[in-house]
Design a protein around this ligand. Structure first.
Ligand SMILES: *Cc1c(COP(=O)(O)O)cnc(C)c1O
Length: 413
């Protein structure tokens, strides 16, 4: 929908938003009207370089033409049926995904948090089926983020975050241990634990990659205890880190993996994949979803996933990201640049992340901040070295300005 097709001004649209929406978001001070590849455009046609990619969603680029055509064609044929009939996009997407990431079975959901709910449910069902009703506990990591519905928010190891404050009590059966600490997992283990749930790179927790020995050690520990490794790849999945799935960097396979964000090319879809052995716990009637696996979203997702695979976007993320990360360490005030591929966190020594974000926006670069110290970059995976150089130049100026401002504030204090 374009503004010129309505009877409203941009200011009126913003005012309507403030009036009628329950606003839990800190918005950028502009209206996005359209988008193409690496750019978002406002109603006057001003271009903003997109380095947040709808929060790691628009990996195949904004308004990817293959995805757009798939949506239009599929909407004309069949948008929704529920899961009684067989449908073509669902079958083809399932085959494409399972073969590409070497998993046996898939279940479709509508979002990341829902995919994680399904992962938790499948793990518990498997535990109950094989070991009895007490085998339901799941160990997760502090600083993790698994979503905003009750199971996922209870799995999230951030007791003081806005994600949990005011909503407790959550779902019982989760315990939290420090990330990248295998010993802590072993100490927390008891016979009622059915699985260990981790992000290969903690996203919302500040872009913290799991160390190689850690994740491989967790895999071995799970095998030793005959329990499940549950990986949340909602953000890291589909090329983001330089491999189709981040677990591929570690040469391991999870028992269940969740995915969402990038897989839909901008449409709401999530999924879990599991090994055959675990997947059988989802027997007839054990789980379901009205919208999950809709032909419309599956067709869009098939286009997006095929783009990622056929255009080698994971490799692009690896190459471009590596070059970019090295250059980002030259930013003033940087403490550490973390991440992998095009999932990058820039931690500053001072609490200037929000300021950097705002200055970057003033120069028409879109980035997000996670906490006061860390700026996160998750651009579309089609980003080129030139796009990154452009972003780098703006970030250079933005961090300089933010540091100067901080200096002045400190002087006057
Ligand atoms: C974004 C995210 C989620 C939640 O996904 P939604 O689609 O917002 O529900 C879960 N886990 C991780 C790792 C995420 O990054």
């Amino acid at each position: 929908m374009k503004l010129k097709d309505t009877s409203y001004t941009a200011e009126e649209i913003m005012a309507l938003t403030d009036k009628y929406l329950m606003e839990t978001y800190e918005r950028f001070d502009f209206m996005a009207e359209s988008a193409s590849e690496m750019y978002l455009y406002d109603e006057t046609g001003r271009a903003f370089l997109d380095f947040y990619g709808g929060v790691a969603v628009n990996s195949v680029g904004n308004s990817n033409q293959r995805v757009v055509s798939a949506i239009i064609d599929q909407a004309q044929d069949l948008s929704h049926t529920f899961n009684y009939p067989y449908t073509i996009p669902q079958a083809l997407l399932a085959k494409t995904i399972c073969e590409a990431i070497k998993m046996d079975k898939i279940f479709f959901q509508n979002s990341g948090t829902e995919a994680n709910e399904a992962m938790i449910k499948l793990a518990r069902k498997y535990g109950t089926d094989h070991f009895g009703p007490n085998k339901f506990q799941i160990i997760t990591a502090t600083n993790s983020f698994h979503g905003r519905t009750f199971g996922s928010l209870s799995a999230t190891g951030q007791p003081d975050s806005a994600n949990q404050l005011g909503y407790l009590p959550g779902v019982p059966g989760f315990s939290y241990v420090p990330f990248n600490d295998l010993k802590a997992i072993k100490e927390s283990y008891n016979e009622n634990v059915i699985g260990i749930m981790l992000e290969p790179i903690q996203g919302e927790g500040g872009v913290n990659p799991a160390e190689l020995e850690y994740l491989q050690g967790v895999r071995n520990f799970c095998d030793e205890k005959n329990i499940l490794l549950l990986l949340d790849e909602v953000q890291t999945g589909w090329g983001r880190t330089g491999e189709l799935m981040a677990y591929m960097h570690y040469d391991i396979r999870p028992d269940i993996v969740s995915m969402a964000k990038a897989m839909g090319g901008g449409t709401p879809i999530g999924a879990i994949c599991a090994t055959k052995k675990v997947a059988t716990a989802f027997s007839h009637g054990a789980h379901g979803s009205t919208f999950g696996g809709s032909p419309l979203c599956c067709a869009a997702s098939l286009a997006a996933v095929s783009e990622i695979i056929e255009r080698n976007l994971a490799i692009n993320a690896h190459l471009v990201g590596k070059d970019f990360m090295a250059k980002l360490t030259d930013l003033p005030g940087v403490k550490e640049v973390r991440g992998r591929g095009l999932m990058i966190g820039i931690e500053f020594k001072d609490p200037i992340a929000y300021d950097v974000k705002h200055h970057a926006f003033d120069h028409r670069l879109l980035v997000t901040a996670i906490g006061e110290h860390t700026v996160r970059l998750v651009p579309p995976l089609i980003a080129t070295v030139e796009d990154c150089n452009e972003a780098l130049a703006i970030l250079m100026e933005s961090s300089h300005t933010a540091l100067e401002k901080l200096e002045e504030k400190r002087k006057s204090a």
